[in-house]
Design a protein around this ligand. Structure first.
Ligand SMILES: C[S@@+](CC[C@H](N)C(=O)[O-])C[C@H]1O[C@@H](n2cnc3c(N)ncnc32)[C@H](O)[C@@H]1O
Length: 215
């Protein structure tokens, strides 16, 4: 059971899908893991428990950072927790595994929330505000042979992610895919998504994928 301060993303199906893929990666005592957009630190905890040598968790939200610290402390896991914007604070470092379940839900407009729980899912009109930056920044902090595991919805453009990562010479594959029922956020945006042609009338499930991109 993870501790979670109010306003911090509750780990959900997408978290669990990514955690399952992490479990199939080889994590030894020398492996350096980066969890971008870490929320409660659910994925950092999994990586640390799976034997990663070091785990760094980054989130922009103070409440998320405090939640991760509490979760690491209560489990006696040596997770380094940083508050920051994506890779900004660790640009000079290199990681063997980057995991990220970022905000990827198409929003009403392109203004990203500066606070509040919506910061965990709102990602601009096309849902790609964070995905595009992660695709662009991750290769720079991946060690040679390193791997990026990235979760997103098909509503925010699977092909775009694949193309962006391949353009940076990563070997890209789909490590997991699943159809999951709309949660309350997508239910509330059904009309907008239909009007934009992103979903069919009456559609109530979305495809979630986990990309595996190797350097
Ligand atoms: C969908 S939640 C995922 C949390 C966790 N990884 C999980 O799977 O349960 C996305 C997280 O991204 C964080 N976030 C949003 N913008 C960010 C940014 N620019 N840099 C770092 N973290 C960010 C939010 O605060 C939120 O905790």
């Amino acid at each position: 059971m993870l501790l979670r301060l109010p306003g911090v993303y509750r780990p959900q199906d997408d978290t669990e899908m990514l955690a399952d893929v992490i479990a199939s990666e080889e994590l030894g005592p020398s492996s350096r893991v980066l969890d971008l957009c870490a929320g409660t630190g659910a994925l950092s905890v999994r990586a640390a428990e799976a034997g990663a040598g070091s785990v760094t968790a980054v989130d922009v939200s103070l409440r998320a950072v405090l939640s991760i610290r509490l979760n690491a402390l209560t489990r006696r896991l040596p997770i380094r927790v940083l508050r920051g914007d994506l890779t900004e604070s660790i640009r000079s470092e290199r990681f063997d595994l980057i995991v990220s379940n970022p905000p990827y839900v198409p929003a009403h407009d392109d203004a990203l929330p500066a606070r509040g729980v919506a910061r965990a899912w709102d990602a601009g009109k096309n849902g790609r505000a964070l995905l595009d930056r992660i695709c662009a920044q991750s290769p720079d902090v991946l060690a040679p042979g390193g791997v990026l595991l990235l979760t997103q919805s098909a509503l925010s453009g699977i092909e775009k992610t694949q193309t962006m990562l391949e353009e940076q010479n990563l070997r890209v594959e789909l490590a997991a895919t699943a159809e999951i029922p709309f949660g309350p956020v997508l239910e509330g945006r059904r009309k907008m998504l239909e009007e934009r042609g992103l979903i069919e009338p009456g559609q109530s499930r979305e495809q979630i994928v986990v990309f595996r991109a190797a350097k």
